[in-house]
Write a protein that binds this ligand. Sequence first.
Ligand SMILES: NC(=O)c1ccc[n+]([C@@H]2O[C@H](COP(=O)([O-])OP(=O)(O)OC[C@H]3O[C@@H](n4cnc5c(N)ncnc54)[C@H](O)[C@@H]3O)[C@@H](O)[C@H]2O)c1
Ligand SMILES: O=C(O)[C@H](O)COP(=O)(O)O
Length: 387
Amino acid sequence: MYKILTLNNISVTGLDRLPRDNYEIASEITHPDAILLRSYKMHDMEIPASLKAVGRAGAGVNNIPVDRMSELGIPVFNAPGANANAVKELVLTGMLLASRNICPAWDFARNLEGDDAAISKAVEAGKKNFVGTELPGRTLGVIGLGAIGVLVCNAAKALGMNVIGYDPDISVQRAWQLSSDVQSASSVDDLLSRVDYVSFHVPLIDATKHMINADRLKNMKDGVVILNFARNGIVDDEAVVKAIDAGKVGGYVCDFPSNLLKNHDKVVTLPHMGASTREAEENCAIMVADQVREFLENGNVHNSVNFPEVFMPRSDGQRLAVVNANVPKMLGQISTVLADTGHNIIDMLNKSRGELAYTLVDVEGEVDQDCLDQIRAIEGVLAVRTL
Ligand SMILES: NC(=O)c1ccc[n+]([C@@H]2O[C@H](COP(=O)([O-])OP(=O)(O)OC[C@H]3O[C@@H](n4cnc5c(N)ncnc54)[C@H](O)[C@@H]3O)[C@@H](O)[C@H]2O)c1
Ligand SMILES: O=C(O)[C@H](O)COP(=O)(O)O
């Protein structure tokens, strides 16, 4: 029986991929084999010795201590693209909220008083305060052309906008998906100097922290609208609020409220709801539950952020999964132990990623405890299990 600890609400549709005769799932459980979570911050958590896998039902993994998991030989899985459409729709909403002054206008309408004739009169007098602009012909800059960024670019093109993108590491798959009408910027600064709207779709890492800051704001067009549906910290909120107050920035729409932002007239904050649609929650949970199950049961790895992609079909023998440091002679030492303990290898696959290597070996018969102990004792071996 595998034990699964959930640290956030995970869609039942996804959890149903883990058959209950073989999986016990709970938000409080001891000795979990795997953790499923969304935005729960794992950084200060004590990692159970039993843990074999972490599944993030979403895209961003900055809430997970990925390096520590790698040191422990534990793969972290996520759900690339599974919530991208939901975020794209909210980004489009955000652009429209800003361009048509929807939030202050709605606020105005909700606070109208008097009988209907008085309201009607106030509406006609007041609407001039909410005159907006239209999207066709305006230029949107998109930083980060991954699953979400590409969808945002293509949707904005379909709305008649000019679109400029920037991503020095765009994947071949995303490049194929990107509309050929999207222009490419040579740098973040090049992009920022040319756009009326800018939207960020990058992970929060050192290189992306405060991508928009006071210096960069100076080189942007007057009235620019900034959209941050990526992560808190990618935009320097203080600098943006100062630029709004100075009349430089036209508006800021983001998914990360704070005391500084939440009541500002020209800021719209939403409660981190980019991925909060039924479809996205189900897609993410299904994808990550399938991946974690495949790893627990067969050792195969798909969509991990720290492990190599590994797929080896099952043979008749017993499977051994070994995670080790990516240094010379590991494979030789593992196969020597198997040979010395009398195990015949049927099939073997070894892949590496960065400092980690991962080996699946199918052997004839049962792998005994002595063999496992010897493999575990090899310097550089981080985790071993039979399945
Ligand atoms: N608001 C929400 O609810 C919500 C939902 C999903 C994702 N997100 C955030 O959005 C981010 C992007 O999601 P995704 O699914 O598109 O991820 P993704 O991995 O498909 O795309 C990220 C892209 O960013 C690019 N990138 C990385 N560093 C860059 C840099 N310095 N400059 C330019 N490009 C850079 C990468 O090359 C990649 O193409 C996630 O990491 C997450 O933090 C937020
Ligand atoms: O990175 C993500 O996928 C989003 O930030 C969604 O986070 P959530 O799963 O907590 O809504």
